[in-house]
Write a protein of this length. Structure first.
Length: 107
């Protein structure tokens, strides 16, 4: 019999197969911390492709991919880019906060 945590993990993996859900999941993790983001990316990678297939498509060694996507991982930008591309995601940046509107003064 499965434990409740295993059921929750299986349910999460199922939801992470949806690209829209996985992009929101990763965005939330990214806002939390680098370690949280890397663990979330590993979860998405497992759900979307599996680590062996992803490593091959991203052109990285499978063992290094596991290490890179650990909480203590420190991926190079080109590795991160290759992994995201292989799972069909891209990075989008936005301002951290909305600056106040500037006032125009008349001359």
């Amino acid at each position: 019999m499965k434990r409740p945590a295993e059921d929750e993990r299986d349910e999460l993996i199922g939801r992470l197969r949806d690209p829209k859900y996985s992009s929101k999941y990763l965005s939330a993790a990214f806002r939390d911390s680098a370690g949280t983001f890397l663990i979330a990316l590993r979860n998405v990678a497992r759900a979307q492709k599996g680590m062996s297939k992803l490593a091959a498509q991203a052109g990285v060694n499978r063992e290094n991919l596991y290490r890179t996507l650990s909480e203590e991982g420190n991926p190079r930008l080109d590795t991160l880019w290759a992994v995201l591309k292989a799972i069909g995601l891209r990075v989008s940046l936005e301002p951290a906060s909305t600056p106040p509107p500037t006032r125009r003064t008349s001359p």
